[in-house]
Design a protein around this ligand. Structure first.
Ligand SMILES: [Zn+2]
Length: 453
């Protein structure tokens, strides 16, 4: 044995002695929330005759509990995320559309984690979740870096945020690289991470660098007839699927790393989408204006030593995420009376009401908004609209004036109960703090992403 090899062998032996003779390092705790923007349920769950579009992520999910009837409280980003972080419904926390700042008076899961000794770090992938809207509260480490995707539009960025390109987001491989950096940087024994991916969101094909199709490109074909509309819609759907597959690969890197670290950390992971996407259903494309299965029914799963592998078919909702995160972390939020439940525990099933989840259509600053659909007709959007998901996963819609008629799937037996619920929600909504004004730059950025106020 030469001298260098000798020294290495001695060092290795010393290291072994140290680890055998000393106290073993205590196993830490990791709680990880991963939100996947705009991911439809049917792209994650295998469908009859069709495998999952996210086979790598799905394989991880199968180590945990898959909630195959999870419904978002909103079909836009900020309200859904605000509910996940506060445990309150949008008509209670007041974030009923993008562009509203989360009031400081409302405590978040992150602040509670931090107060209980968790090292808190996040990476977000799009503008509506940036610091200015309050989502960074409680995070000691925070990355909102859209430079990879923005590099080709640097001049637009510098020119007073004239971001007509809409490149105001980051793609999945860069998010995963930042997420792994944050994991490497964390040193506390208790760690809370939030990683947000944006790839399925329009423009379709932008994340996977496969193309760039937006709703307006499809709408532009209306004068050319239905066949042209359907051709471009088909391109959009194919690109959406490519972006989902791209995200699957990116996310897999982080899930693999978390799995590798399980010997050192008791690891609890929640993966959930904030809302879905209409891809032609009822001539609709995109998300935000509707409370439909395509836009509200989304993937959710929990990987944790607290759950047994399998599928749970109960209807669950965004409001359940906050109590589940805190339960997994073993901490309590002071004075919190959550309406949601800890998803790692069986439902306490004495509820008489068949309604398991509620939702609200995004609000608008100005009246007279319309939804443009592929049939060329502009559909008016008026007033508040709520949704209620029953135990069978049927979405009922309405407000305090009544239910939207649906002769095939009506909730006639519970009509009075629903209208009463929706009246209560309206009263809560009217009591919440008025929306804080956003700057013209914020407004322009949100409009560039398609979030016209
Ligand atoms: Zn979103």
């Amino acid at each position: 044995m030469n001298r260098v090899a000798n020294i290495i062998a001695s060092l290795a032996a010393a290291a072994m002695l140290c680890s055998c003779g000393g106290e073993p390092a205590p196993r830490g705790v990791r709680v990880v929330l991963i939100t996947l923007d705009t991911l439809r349920h049917d792209r994650f769950e295998p469908q009859p005759g069709k495998a999952s579009n996210m086979p790598l992520t799905y394989a991880h999910a199968e180590r945990g509990m898959i909630f195959d009837r999870y419904y978002s409280v909103s079909s836009v980003t900020q309200p859904a995320h605000a509910t996940m972080f506060t445990g309150l419904q949008p008509w209670e926390h007041g974030i009923t559309r993008n562009g509203i700042v989360l009031p400081k008076s409302i405590p978040t899961v992150t602040e509670t984690m931090k107060a209980n000794g968790f090292e808190t770090r996040a990476v977000v992938a799009s503008y509506p979740l940036t610091k200015r809207f309050g989502f960074a509260r409680g995070f000691a480490g925070w990355i909102e870096d859209f430079s990879h995707n923005l590099s080709s539009n640097k001049r637009l960025w510098e020119d007073h945020w004239k971001i007509e390109s809409g490149e105001f987001f980051e793609v999945g491989d860069a998010i995963s690289a930042s997420a792994l950096d944050e994991i490497n940087a964390a040193s506390a024994t208790k760690q809370f991470f939030w990683f947000h991916y944006f790839d399925p969101h329009a423009p379709y094909g932008a994340a996977s660098r496969a193309g760039s199709v937006r709703k307006r490109d499809i709408m532009a074909e209306i004068p050319n007839g239905r066949a042209s509309v359907d051709r471009v819609l088909g391109e959009a759907v194919a690109l959406y699927d490519k972006d989902v597959a791209f995200m699957d690969n990116a996310l897999n890197r982080v899930l693999e790393r978390l799995k590798q670290d399980e010997a050192r950390f008791e690891t609890h992971i929640i993966v959930v989408s904030d809302h879905g996407e209409s891809l032609g259903e009822d001539n609709s494309v995109g998300h935000g204006a509707r409370l439909t299965d395509a836009e509200l029914h989304v993937p959710a799963f929990v990987i944790s030593p607290r759950v047994s592998p399998g599928s749970d078919h109960e209807v669950v909702a965004s409001i359940d995420i906050a109590p589940t995160l805190l339960s997994l972390a073993g901490v309590e939020m002071e004075s919190a009376a959550f309406e949601g439940r800890d998803l790692t525990q069986p439902r306490n099933d004495d509820a008489e009401s068949p309604f398991r989840a509620f939702a609200i259509r995004r609000t608008f600053q100005n009246a007279g908004k319309i939804e443009q659909r592929l049939d060329g007709i502009d559909y008016p959007i008026e007033g508040l609209l709520f949704g209620a998901v029953d135990e069978n996963g049927v979405i009922h819609r309405g407000n305090e004036s009544g239910l939207q008629p649906d002769p095939t799937r009506g909730a006639q037996a519970h009509r009075g109960e629903l209208i009463s619920n929706f009246s209560d929600f309206t009263r809560d909504f009217e009591r919440t703090e008025p929306a804080q004004a956003i700057t013209p730059e914020d407004r322009r950025a949100l409009e560039a992403l398609g979030y016209v106020q």
